[in-house]
Design a protein around this ligand. Structure first.
Ligand SMILES: [Mg+2]
Length: 227
């Protein structure tokens, strides 16, 4: 069996470093809409998402039979979405302007758990939207990558993701990193599992930007007051 690379994109050592602060952003549901186009694609395949708990498996059912789609069927739909993402995934509202403003004070890195073989598709999509920030696509744990990043960026570091499990993984591997929950789509919000202690939560990019600005400002004040 041939195994494709577990990571695609620039190496951590090769990333340009212009600031001490770094924003590490998940892509699906943080930068690009995922659940909305995923639901659309399901409908095209005769299935529908019923967000009754915080997961996809078991919550997607055939419209005609009511049978839940299997994990491998869901994986296939996800692959189709990633293959056709340029035509299906749109920017989360406000992300472009917020990142433009924040990029004057922090470096920005996209960290996506998307299958790395779709890296060129996603890179082209983000570039076409003017989001030229570097991206790493990986099947490694995000915690391990953020821990490596924190060796190059003194901080503050902010990690934003829609999945509480990923926030918890980063908390474990890189405890000093500020955590931010952001999930563009609202259908899973009633079922959101608890966030790690001290994690911030934003409902949309305007709120996320204010939270990140607050973190950057308070770190700048701390360093100005330290001798
Ligand atoms: Mg995501």
């Amino acid at each position: 069996m041939t195994r494709t690379s577990v990571t695609a994109g620039p190496s951590i050592e090769s990333l340009a470093k212009n600031h001490d602060a770094l924003l590490v952003l998940d892509v699906d549901e943080v930068v690009l809409e995922f659940i909305e186009p995923f639901g659309q694609l399901l409908e095209e395949h005769g299935a529908r998402l019923h967000p009754e708990s915080f997961k996809l498996t078991g919550n997607v059912r055939s419209i005609s039979t009511g049978a839940a789609l299997s994990g491998s069927q869901l994986d296939r739909v996800t692959e189709i979405l990633y293959e056709t993402q340029a035509a299906r995934q749109t920017l989360v509202a406000g992300v472009e302007a917020s990142l433009d403003r924040l990029s004057s004070r922090a470096d920005i890195l996209f960290l996506t758990a998307m299958t790395p073989s779709y890296y060129p598709h996603r890179r082209a999509l983000l570039d076409s939207k003017g989001l030229h920030y570097p991206m790493i696509a990986t099947e490694r744990s995000k915690g391990a990558i953020v821990a490596e990043l924190s060796e190059r960026w003194p901080g503050p570091l902010v990690f934003a993701d829609d999945l509480p499990l990923n926030l918890a993984g980063v908390r474990k591997s890189a405890p000093a990193v500020h955590l931010l929950h952001l999930m563009a789509n609202t259908v899973f919000r009633p079922h959101l599992p608890p966030l790690p202690a001290g994690a911030h939560a934003a409902a949309e990019w305007g709120e996320a930007e204010r939270i990140i600005e607050g973190i950057l400002a308070s770190a700048a004040l701390d360093s100005a007051l330290s001798v």
